[in-house]
Design a binder for this molecule. Structure first.
Ligand code: CP
Length: 374
């Protein structure tokens, strides 16, 4: 599967669609989406504007911090001629018990696209997005409102699709021959800063296994990922004639790798325990869980992407990827990060085009024609 001109029949299937995990789109649909992203990137980099949706509102709710994704949302909306608005989710009535379905109806009646980040609590973010979508869709249907208001998952508990699709675009740029047979290490790495969500490694193993890559997931004991995501990775690897394995050391994952993605996440049992503490609004227990998670992380300080480990990769020169921000000196050595600083920036830059593509394919009934016009 390589990006080419998106076919009209597949683009037609994407109209009105929201992608809440990459598994929501089949291979042809992902291919069409990425072809649009690649086209939009080429236009933007050539200084050609693509204002497909002027005077429309691109509203986004963030229930967690963000630097890159907020700016990518705003950048994507502005490039499409839309007005971006970004709101702190905790400042909405959701924190007073408004249901996600209600929230969806209320936001959907004004907006023309809705981005959501809700990634901190396992079992909640993706379900929230589905409910918000139901609220929007029911409102639009009940009022015969013809607007298409897609939801863009800007990171949930299960997946971070705008990130992993940006990662994939960057990998394709660096490996134009394709990912088939490429060895990619997705590894846990030590972090002292906070217990990070599981959604990036989960999204990576679900997505990168679709292209024939040999994907290795490495983590210490107790840092498992959600089983449905691991099952999805195994299914995709079998279907694409790639491979997927799970190992217990970073060294095994890095040996001979063409690309490495070392990134921290929280211990699985403690991330699960956060669900109950959050529901009970038990702030004391939430803090304790965070402290326990960081103590647990500290038992694995040697899980760092450093010069020694990079020397063991293919040609001693694997491509280093990270969603950012990376804990420099913990997840990655200062030297490796310095060497790949421009690479990770170029990787991050793809997100604006992925978001543009998700909005464009969902909202435009004649995208191929519109792109030819503009
Ligand atoms: N990688 C990523 O999503 O970055 P932000 O958290 O800054 O948005």
């Amino acid at each position: 599967m390589s990006p080419g001109a998106p076919d009209r029949e597949t683009l037609g299937r994407l109209v009105g669609r929201s992608l809440l995990t990459t598994d929501d789109f089949d291979d042809r649909e992902l291919d069409a989406l990425l072809a649009v992203a690649t086209r939009l990137a080429a236009r933007d980099r050539a200084g050609i504007t693509t204002p497909l949706f002027p005077h429309q509102l691109a509203y986004a709710l963030f229930f967690d911090n963000s630097t890159r994704t907020k700016s990518a949302w705003a950048g994507a909306a502005a490039r499409l001629g839309m007005q971006p608005v970004i709101v702190d989710g905790s400042s909405t009535q959701v924190s007073h018990g408004e249901t996600a379905v209600e929230t969806g109806a209320m936001l959907g009646m004004n907006a023309h696209a809705l981005g959501i980040r809700h990634d901190l609590i396992l079992g909640e973010g993706n379900a929230f997005m589905h409910d918000v979508k139901r609220g929007i869709d029911d409102y639009l249907a009940a009022t015969a409102d013809p607007r298409r208001v897609p939801i863009v998952n800007l990171q949930c508990d299960v997946d971070h699709p705008t990130q992993t699709l940006a990662d994939l675009c960057w990998l394709r740029e660096r490996f134009p021959e394709g990912l088939a047979g490429k060895r990619i290490a997705v590894s846990w790495a030590y972090s002292p800063s906070y217990a990070k969500p599981l959604s990036v490694p989960q999204g990576l193993i679900m997505l990168l296994t679709r292209f024939g890559a040999e994907v290795t997931l490495a983590h210490p004991e107790g840092y498992d990922l959600m089983q449905p995501c691991v099952d999805s990775a195994r299914r995709h690897a079998a279907a694409s004639e790639g491979s997927f394995r799970v190992v217990g050391t970073m060294d095994e994952a890095f040996a001979g790798a063409d690309a490495v993605y070392p990134k921290s996440w929280g211990p699985y049992d403690l991330m699960l325990e956060r669900v109950g503490a959050n529901r009970a609004r038990d702030a004391v227990r939430m803090k304790e869980i965070e402290r326990e998670a960081l103590e647990r992380n500290a038992g694995h300080r040697d899980w760092i992407c450093d010069e020694r480990r990079m020397a063991s990769t293919a040609g001693g020169d694997a491509l280093y990827l990270h969603c950012l921000p990376a804990d420099i000196g913990a997840e990655v050595s200062p030297g490796v990060m310095a060497r790949h600083a421009v690479n990770v920036a170029r990787e991050a830059n793809w997100k604006v085009y992925v978001i543009m593509a998700l909005l464009a394919v969902a909202k435009s009934g004649d995208l191929a024609g519109r792109l030819a016009e503009h």
